[in-house]
Ligand binder design. Structure first.
Ligand SMILES: *Cc1c(COP(=O)(O)O)cnc(C)c1O
Length: 399
């Protein structure tokens, strides 16, 4: 009998009971705006910021409307202006070049390596062309962060980290988001904590964080931040910084706080599932599971493998055959952008030079979400299906 998987790749877990109860209290209070707090209250948003800063070991944290907003705010706080080039990954998702474009910046794409991280040789080669790198830890893969920081420090490049897929992940002992000057996280439904939409920005830098807080729309209420820089940091900045409203509200913060408290457990659950898929795919002919660096502590909320040297029609066939058995895979090589997946050369507002080595790698990248609503047994079944279908197509290929 042919096995079929019937789970949904877009089904997330419910919000924890404690989050639902906290959200109901906020709704009943009518006080949803982050600066609308009752006498003696800190408010859910300020508390979330304080707890998130503590969880990654940063001095400061700002909660905002989305991950994309966090990235744009980091760029603005760093003074990126119209026409400035900003280095970024060619292998990433649309909000990353989009954040750069939103401040008038010009994305300068850096290639991808076989481990799906930024190509450090290409970064070195382009290091004299920009002052800022928006580094995307795309699909949770972290490059050699020690080496990256060496290159960037030597070239005077400021690093902003896009940690949309690495909340809870580490390089060595350091949490992702803590290597560069600012770290950005997303709390959108498909990320590691879920408030529908939402973002977090962390930094140790007084000036950058004071600017970010003013930018987010704090008016002159910045002293209500529990994880913000001291009042002095705002002395000039409060007059000079435009308000580009993008605050987080208490409702989302209330939903997020219990999830943040559970994050470590969730990371373990993700990794059990990831390992089940990874094991099931090991030694499949024609398929290479992307390797993890030993200094990396990852969050296996998705998995990637390479079908290297396959022609486009064979990749499409393997994906179609898996889909017919209920397994949804995404292909980063497709010429036309589909759903969340697009290739750097499809962002036509950001012209790029051809990157043949990167294109070859992108052509083989297959990606799969691992929602926590899947059991470990589901993951083993999914791996059996992929293995069977990929093998069948591979065997039919000539040479
Ligand atoms: C989701 C995501 C973001 C930010 O997304 P928002 O939807 O704006 O919260 C940034 N980078 C990557 C790689 C993402 O997947």
């Amino acid at each position: 009998m042919t096995e079929v998987f019937s789970g949904s790749f877009t089904q997330q877990e419910p919000i924890p009971e404690a989050g639902i109860e906290a959200a109901m209290r906020i709704l009943q209070s009518g006080r949803l705006h982050r600066y609308n707090v009752a006498e003696g209250e800190d408010g859910e948003t300020a508390l979330l910021e304080q707890e998130f800063a503590a969880s990654v070991g940063s001095k400061y944290c700002l909660a905002v409307a989305s991950g994309g907003y966090a990235m744009a705010t980091a760029l603005r706080a760093l003074g990126v202006k119209a026409g400035d080039k900003v280095l970024t990954n060619a292998f990433t998702l649309a909000p990353v070049p989009g954040a750069i474009a939103s401040v008038g910046g010009v994305p300068l794409f850096v290639g991808v390596s076989r481990d799906l991280t930024i190509d450090l040789d290409d970064l070195q080669a382009k290091a004299d062309q920009a002052d800022v790198l928006m580094l995307s830890h795309m699909r949770g893969h972290m490059c050699d962060m020690d080496h990256l920081m060496e290159i960037c420090d030597a070239a005077g490049i400021k690093v902003i980290e896009d940690c949309a897929h690495t909340m809870g992940a580490k390089w060595g002992d350091t949490y992702s988001g803590r290597h560069g000057v600012m770290g950005c996280y997303s709390c959108q439904t498909y990320k590691h904590i879920n408030s529908g939409e939402g973002g977090l920005l962390v930094s140790d830098d007084d000036e950058l964080m004071a600017r970010a807080i003013m930018l987010s729309g704090s008016y002159m209420l910045f002293e209500r931040h529990l994880a913000g820089p001291p009042k002095d940091a705002f002395a000039q900045i409060k007059y000079e910084t435009p308000n580009v409203s993008g605050r987080m509200d208490h409702l989302r913060a209330a939903i997020l706080r219990p999830q943040l408290a559970d994050l470590e457990t969730q990371v373990e659950r993700w990794n059990e599932r990831y390992v089940a898929v990874e094991r099931g795919l090991a030694d499949t002919p024609g398929l290479t599971v992307v390797q993890r660096h030993e200094k990396e502590t990852y969050v296996g909320s998705s998995i990637q493998f390479l079908l290297e040297g396959w022609c486009d029609s064979a990749v499409s066939e393997a994906i179609a055959r898996c889909a017919a058995r209920g397994v949804e895979l995404k292909w980063f090589g497709a010429a036309e952008p589909v759903a969340f997946t697009s290739r750097y050369d499809s962002w036509r507002y950001a012209p790029s030079e051809a990157m043949p080595v990167t294109d070859d790698i992108l052509r083989g990248i297959v990606d799969m979400r691992i929602p926590l609503t899947f059991s470990v047994e589901d993951c083993a079944l999914i791996a059996r299906i992929i293995r069977a279908e990929v093998s069948a197509v591979y065997q039919s290929l000539d040479g």
